[in-house]
Design a protein around this ligand. Sequence first.
Ligand SMILES: NC(=O)C1=CN([C@@H]2O[C@H](COP(=O)(O)OP(=O)(O)OC[C@H]3O[C@@H](n4cnc5c(N)ncnc54)[C@H](O)[C@@H]3O)[C@@H](O)[C@H]2O)C=CC1
Ligand SMILES: O=C(CO)COP(=O)(O)O
Length: 336
Amino acid sequence: MKNISIIGAGSFGTALGVVLGSKEYTVTIWAREKEVVEGINNKKFNPAYLKDVGLPHSVKATNSLEEAVKSSEMIVFATPTHALREVAAKVKPFLNGKEIIVSIAKGIEKDTLMTPSQILVDVLEGTVLEDQIGVLTGPSHAEEVATLKPTTVVSAAYSKRVARIIQETFMTARFRVYLNNDIIGVEIGGALKNIMAIAAGIVDGAEFGDNAKAALMTRGLHEMKRMGAVLGASMDTFSGLTGMGDLIVTCTSKHSRNRFVGFHIGQGKKLDEITSGMNMVAEGVKTTESVCQWSQKNNVEMPITNAVYKVLFENISPVQMVEELMTRNPKEEKMI
Ligand SMILES: NC(=O)C1=CN([C@@H]2O[C@H](COP(=O)(O)OP(=O)(O)OC[C@H]3O[C@@H](n4cnc5c(N)ncnc54)[C@H](O)[C@@H]3O)[C@@H](O)[C@H]2O)C=CC1
Ligand SMILES: O=C(CO)COP(=O)(O)O
């Protein structure tokens, strides 16, 4: 592997530029913002995201998708889920059909209810085979990846060959990549932990306490498994890095944007007020809507997701949310 493209120069695209650049691949980052391209090319830093991080010399940037993907062997899509379909469709005409395609997004698309890899399979059909597509996901805050803090993630793909290529390509002494053959399981974990992190942030912001947060994370994991079970995921995946691992880091880290949104809701702010002040995406907001659509369509009970939906979009208060969750019918502690 020599030439790699990263499509999207946000926090995680930039962090992966540091990882891949440190391996001396030629890395081309596509950014839609002109000043980001100038900053990366002329000063070796991204002026909009992770401003304090220096990028290796082998990393360059461009505003042109054609130039970004030309002669690349691997294309890493690093936009949020809601932009993936549109951006992948724009990239498609410039592909030669032999590339390995990687998604790092964590979400579920509204209405289609597709995971990021399913969106790529759908959009790139006719140019790229399903077997060329995979994902890289797990507990990996960009701020820590970019500053070479030890991080472990998971590579999963529609073929073992491609999962292995992704593993070998990204692996460094500070960025360890495991293989998992359960692509739907790792994507469900990555998407749903963001909803649970919003809930955990609400618990912290409203000072509901540590017992509530432990309950939320544990029952949240069961909810993730419940959706995964219906979609054919392996239950073991949810005990791993992309399930419990990513749930822990996102529900507890000072870096989490989803937890940040929840925290300020817990403190009494409104969703619009919070997100309008952020230049970064909190995927859990849109994913809450998608997963509520999914649970209604499939008649699967997802009480935490539903409660978060009501706080975000129907203006119920965090206190009402807790009351609603705590006064449900008595149950057995089922593990999914
Ligand atoms: N930040 C992190 O620690 C991690 C993020 N992720 C996931 O990676 C994905 C991207 O997240 P971040 O890089 O953190 O987001 P970010 O908010 O830092 O950056 C998003 C990037 O996508 C671009 N973008 C947004 N909408 C676009 C559109 N319609 N067309 C073209 N470009 C568009 C923005 O210009 C920006 O460059 C998300 O799914 C996130 O959950 C995964 C692992 C870690
Ligand atoms: O996915 C992440 C860490 O693994 C990033 O989480 P946030 O989007 O909440 O910051």
